[in-house]
Structure formats: C-alpha cells, structure tokens
Design a protein around this ligand. Structure first.
Ligand code: NAD
Length: 295
C-alpha cells in the first residue's frame, strides 16, 4: 500500500499523523524541527529528510503548516516536483484564501487534485481524532481526500471549490470572536449590575442571547466546568491564533470589499490583548481586558 506523506508535525499535525498511523496507514513524516520528527517517529512514522522525500511515491500528501508562505514554499519548492500526479494533495493549515486558491491552481496546472481542508477543533481534538474539516476543491478531489480526513476527524464537509474551506474557516472564526466578545461584555455588565454569573447564565442560556461562546465555552468560571475560564485560561485556543484568523478574515474581506465592522473591532481588541501579554492565553481570557482585571 502506498504511504501518506505528512509535512508539519507541530501541535496539531503530530496528533493528526498519529491517528492516521493508528488507522493502519504508513506515514512518512517531515518537519523542520528535529524534536517534532523524533516525536512522530516515536508514534510510528517513518522519518523523511525533506518534504520532497516524504512525498515521493505517496498516495496522499498532507500538510499542516503555520501560514500561507510556508504552504506555498513546501508545495512549490518540493512536493509538486516530487509527488506522483496521481497523489491527492491535502492542505489542512489555516491560511489566507488567496494563497490557498493560488497553490490549488498551481497544483491543478501540474495535473494534481488538491483540496484546502482547514480544521475546527484544537490540539485536544487533533489528538482525539475529532476535528471538523471544511474542504475546498472539486467534488472528485473531495471524494479522494475524504477517507484520509475521516480518519482524523468527526466531520468532513465540502464547502465548495478551491479556497472555500479557508473561507468557511475564517468566517466561522470571525463569528466566534465576535460572539465571544459579546458574551464577555454581557457577563461583565451583568456582574456590575449586581447579577450573579450563574443566575445570568441560567437565564441567558435559555433566552435569545444563547450562543456557543456562552453554553460551551463560558468566559467566567463556574457555569461550564470544562471551559478554560476554570483553569486561568490555560490551554484551549490561544488568543494569538484567534488574532491570526481575524487578520485573515479582514484581509479576505478587503479583497472582496465586504463590510465587517464587528470583525474589525474584534481584531483590534485581540491585537490590544496580545500586546498586553494575553497572546498565549485562551481567547476567552479577553473577558479580563473588558472587566479591567487583566494584569
Ligand atoms: P505549530 O507551529 O505547532 O506547527 C507547525 C509545524 O510546521 C512546526 O512543527 C514547524 O516546524 C513546521 N514547519 C514550518 N515550516 C515548515 C517547512 N517548511 N517544512 C516542514 N515543516 C515546517 O502550529 P499548529 O498549532 O500545529 O498549527 C498548524 C496549523 O493549524 C496553523 O495553520 C494553525 O492556524 C492551524 N490550527 C491550529 C489550531 C490550534 O489549536 N493549534 C487549531 C485550528 C487550526
């Protein structure tokens, strides 16, 4: 059986590659970091000396890299030349829509089927194999990518043509940022008006203010015990990553002249929070900026 090449074995990629191995796939791994490669080898992956070496002869190539420039470089300087044109190429990184479309088109020009397949769900979901994949690409490319993605996630949804996966991801995360900030504001105001947080939660979670940021990820400790607010906002989805996604959303909005004033406000607030030292905290910690208790 041909192997899967996996490039980028960081916080997310390491868990994803491990799940492919558990599902019985042979994974050839490459990362610039020796430590990441060592960990992948321990999980059962075969080490490769470069992205091109990993991709040679692979049935599928999966990348999970920090940003658009890394994705462009890894495909254009290695994978496109080395991979068999029959391989399915799957980029799971969160990157800008324009680069996703450009790399997809460059792949298509060389005869490759390629999808952008960013994920929802953090490091815990990557390890548990419960990610949600939003996929952009032709229907045939989606059909070929799906069996691999299904072994790393709980849901695999086609969003449309090339770039549509990235579009879905940044629109979702922009909405999440706005709803989180709104939830934080409401809890802060409720508290200042003398309402008990649990009481406000009990009411609003059953009224029209209800949203995921409140009922699954409540930014004040107590009402949702599993939320990062109960552990001083450690773990979870870092404010720095939310800021990255908001910047991608604003860049995409500018490109199509979409008006996103709330998204722009959210980006400004997360930028401020990151500048004040909050980048590494879970994104719900922005409640501390709003209630005045940050540092
Ligand atoms: P990470 O920084 O932990 O991992 C990225 C890995 O890519 C690193 O190990 C790095 O050494 C490697 N890398 C960089 N350039 C490379 C190259 N040219 N060749 C080979 N390897 C290279 O990042 P992460 O947290 O795993 O995130 C990966 C992607 O997933 C990002 O696009 C991020 O936005 C997205 N994402 C992350 C989360 C999360 O909670 N961490 C959630 C959803 C989506």
């Amino acid at each position: 059986m041909s192997h899967v090449a996996f490039i980028g074995l960081g916080n997310m990629g390491s868990g994803m590659a491990a799940n492919l191995i558990k599902a019985g796939r042979e994974v050839r791994a490459f990362d610039l970091s020796e430590a990441a490669l060592d960990a992948a080898a321990k999980a059962g992956a075969v080490r490769a000396a470069s992205a091109a070496e990993a991709a040679r002869g692979a049935a599928a190539v999966i990348t999970m890299l920090p940003a658009g420039r890394h994705v462009k470089a890894v495909y254009e300087d290695g994978i496109f030349a080395a991979a068999d044109p029959a391989a399915i190429l799957i980029d799971c990184s969160t990157i800008d829509v324009a680069t996703a479309k450009a790399v997809g088109a460059a792949g298509a020009a060389r005869g490759f089927a390629m999808v952008d397949a960013p994920v929802s769900g953090g490091i815990a979901a990557a390890s548990a194999g419960t990610l949600t994949f939003m996929v952009g690409g032709a229907p045939e490319a989606f059909a070929r990518a799906e069996p691999y993605l299904a072994q790393m996630g709980k849901a695999v949804i086609r969003a449309g043509e090339s770039g549509a996966g990235q579009a879905a991801k940044i629109c979702n995360n922009m909405l999440l940022a706005v709803s989180m900030i709104g939830t934080c504001e409401a809890f802060t105001l409720a508290q200042k008006l003398g309402l008990d947080a649990q009481t406000f939660f009990d009411i609003s979670s059953k009224a029209s203010g209800q949203c995921w940021s409140m009922t699954s990820y409540c930014p004040v400790p107590g009402p949702v015990p599993a939320a990062p607010s109960n552990r001083d906002f450690e773990g979870g989805f870092a404010a720095a990553l939310m800021l990255k996604d908001l910047k991608l959303a604003l860049e995409a909005a500018q490109g199509v002249e979409a008006s996103v004033p709330m998204g722009a406000q959210a980006e400004a607030l997360y930028q401020l929070f990151a500048g004040l030292g909050g980048a590494g905290k879970d994104f719900s910690a922005i409640v501390k900026l709003l209630d005045g208790s940050w540092r």
